[in-house]
Design a protein around this ligand. Structure first.
Ligand code: G
Ligand code: G
Ligand code: NA
Ligand code: MN
Length: 253
């Protein structure tokens, strides 16, 4: 309860911080950066989300946390340099502020407009379970954002309940293949088969495919061979503080 109170306070008073991890194209150029929240705790050091997201969940704070992350990530993204004239997109994870929320479209739209970041540079990441069996009213509100240029990504694809065949029903333009299928692509033939099947299906349905957790050059090489569109992982960069991320962009590829 103590931690919960501190977290509520941190959300209200900018006491959290964001790190950014690049998502790169086949040529290594940065296309997008995913915002990942951390909590610089006064006594416990920099806390990772695994430690405090469950506290947020329990304390009914996820929606407020998502709103803070959305606003802060967009504000940060509005300062990113685009040396080659190609601005970098920003990806935000949403878990408490979800499409079924009656205020979803308004909250997201207002945050984007306030930041000045172009609509088509905003990616909203949702897990599979938040995207299946949506009432048509909810789909309509997502479509409204998509029509303005926002993209949705299914995060951790393959770890949820929906089968590969249900990919066509997911209202998302981007599929993020979970790192558990990426980790074995160089040496485990079933991981390779899963990764290839997901990529083939995603392409057939006109979705972009991102591989998560790419750690080795072999994984990158194999995934490039099956046609993955974009890559994220320690091979390219760990999630880094905003200042460091801006420096990476200023240097160029
Ligand atoms: O950053 P890290 O790899 O430690 O993230 C661990 C988990 O926390 C991941 O599942 C990630 O999706 C989740 N996470 C990280 N940042 C955010 C955030 O800003 N909002 C939400 N809702 N989840 C996040
Ligand atoms: O659940 P989500 O995919 O949003 O969270 C991303 C998580 O994966 C973050 O906790 C991030 O720190 C972690 N991550 C990012 N790149 C790598 C990687 O190459 N290897 C591993 N093991 N974890 C990674
Ligand atoms: Na994510
Ligand atoms: Mn993921």
């Amino acid at each position: 309860v103590h931690l919960e109170g501190q977290l509520r306070d941190a959300i209200q008073n900018d006491g959290l911080t964001l790190h950014f991890q690049p998502v790169v194209g086949v040529d290594g150029a940065v296309l997008t950066a995913e915002a990942l929240v951390r909590w610089p705790h006064p006594d416990r050091g920099l806390l990772p989300p695994d430690v405090f997201l469950p506290v947020a969940e329990q304390g009914d704070l996820m929606r407020e946390l998502d709103r803070w992350v959305l606003r802060t990530a967009l504000r940060e993204a509005s300062t990113w340099p685009a040396p080659d004239g190609r601005p970098v997109s920003v990806a935000v994870n949403l878990a408490g502020l979800v499409p079924g929320d009656p205020e979803f479209v308004d909250i997201v739209s207002n945050a984007i407009i306030e930041s000045g970041v172009p609509w088509d540079r905003v990616v909203l990441e949702l897990v599979e379970t938040a995207l299946v069996d949506l009432p048509s009213r909810v789909r309509q509100s997502m479509d409204e954002l998509v029509q303005r240029g926002v993209q949705f990504a299914v995060d951790d694809f393959g770890t949820g309940y929906s089968s590969l065949a249900r990919l066509k029903d997911l209202p998302a333009q981007i599929i993020k293949v979970d790192r558990r299928f990426v980790s074995g692509v160089g040496n485990d033939s079933s991981d390779f088969a899963v990764a290839r099947a997901v990529v083939d299906m995603a392409r057939a349905m006109g979705r972009k495919c991102v591989a998560e957790g790419v750690e080795t050059a072999t994984q990158f090489h194999v995934l490039r061979g099956v046609g993955v569109d974009a890559y994220q992982g320690w091979l390219f960069s760990r999630p880094v503080p905003p200042k460091e991320f801006r420096a990476v962009l200023a240097l160029g590829p």
